[in-house]
Design a protein around this ligand. Structure first.
Ligand SMILES: O=C(O)[C@@H](CO)OP(=O)(O)O
Length: 342
């Protein structure tokens, strides 16, 4: 059995007939949720396994099978959800995409898939410089090109020089055809998971309309309500509340377990999908979130520690001492990079 996974792989898990676990949908990564916490089990033959798979169900006993798994998320690690929360610390970087061609034209964009402008490209590169000393083990982006461009461009500046690789798990063939057959190469890679749940809020009938013209037509206040209120959707679109239902659920289900296991995560997404996630992280009220505005291409750093998200603002520059004083781990990581690169 190959154990070539991007997760740190340090053990195997034997599941026997009495385990009550049955896997459906081919021999790739699966996720199951026993009492209290998540376990991620991968049994891909070779190559990169990633999370996000839902093609399985826990319904009945199956024959004995050996799986590679990530012990920090496993029940056999003597750890409970609570003790994991206490022992691990991880960095979380949030970044709204750089300026898009429709930001430049002042058009409502929502789920329309518009690329970055030249300025947006530069913003993403600048953002990358600002976080170039902060560890990144996994990247989550929306399914939209402006967020993916931003993540990739930012990573060109990272000092660790690992290669961000987009996971293709949309079907069995895509998964097999994108496998990597060198464990060393896998170690030098960062999995990038693209998820529609992190997409911008769907702006309904406003998509493609000019923001100024819409305000002139419907009134400034109405348009502000559509754009910034928590629970009032634009015509046939999503309110922030509706956007939060999928974006925050995805964050809790797919991203938080990674942070809990000590993985450092970057999320490249959008003004409103990130507003909804920040509302959750900072425990903002539906009133407070109205005035939360995110600029394009500005990275925001959180430290996840003892089950809490601690907001650390936006690193100003890669050398800014303050950021690395936040935690010993960050300081050590930066020092390691300095040693490696000198
Ligand atoms: O057009 C959009 O999709 C968003 C983000 O650019 O606009 P708004 O500022 O109204 O949230």
């Amino acid at each position: 059995m190959a154990n070539a996974m991007l997760h740190q792989t340090v053990g195997t898990l034997q599941l026997h007939g009495s385990s009550g676990i049955h896997f459906q949908g081919g021999n790739n990564s699966v996720r199951l949720v026993p009492k209290g916490f998540k376990v991620e089990v991968g049994f891909c033959k070779r190559g990169i396994c990633s999370s996000g798979e839902k093609k399985f169900s826990v319904i009945q006993a199956s024959a004995s099978q050996t799986y590679v798994f990530d012990p920090v998320l496993s029940p056999s690690n003597n750890g409970t959800h609570e003790s994991l929360k206490k022992s691990n610390e991880a960095a979380l970087i949030l970044i709204r995409h750089g300026e898009s061609l429709w930001n430049e034209k002042n058009l409502f964009t929502g789920c329309v898939d518009v690329p970055l402008t030249k300025k947006g490209v530069e913003e993403a590169i600048e953002a990358g410089k600002r976080i170039s000393n902060i560890p990144v083990d996994m990247i989550f982006t929306s399914a939209l090109i402006r967020a993916q461009m931003t993540a990739m461009l930012a990573m060109t500046q990272h000092r660790r020089k690992k290669v961000p690789i987009i996971m293709h798990n949309e079907n069995e063939q895509a998964r097999v055809w994108s496998q990597i057959h060198s464990e060393d190469t896998i170690k030098q890679s960062i999995p990038v998971i693209a998820a529609w749940q992190l997409n911008e809020r769907m702006y309904g009938e406003l998509q493609g309309l000019n923001k100024q013209e819409t305000a002139d037509r419907f009134g400034k206040e109405k348009v502000h309500e559509w754009r910034r209120s928590y629970d009032i959707p634009p015509p046939n679109g999503e309110s922030l509340e509706m956007c939060a239902e999928r974006a925050v659920a995805y964050f809790k289900d797919e991203i938080e377990p990674q942070l809990l296991s000590g993985k450092n995560v970057m999320i490249a997404a959008h003004g409103n999908s990130l507003r909804s996630i920040i509302m959750y992280l900072d425990k903002l009220t539906s009133q407070e979130v109205i005035s939360l505005e995110l600029s394009t291409g500005i990275p925001m750093l959180y430290i996840f520690k003892e089950g809490k998200f601690i907001r650390r603002g936006s690193p100003i520059a890669p050398t800014e001492a303050g950021v690395y004083a936040y935690t010993r781990k960050l300081a050590q990581y930066r020092q390691k990079l300095d040693e490696m690169l000198h």
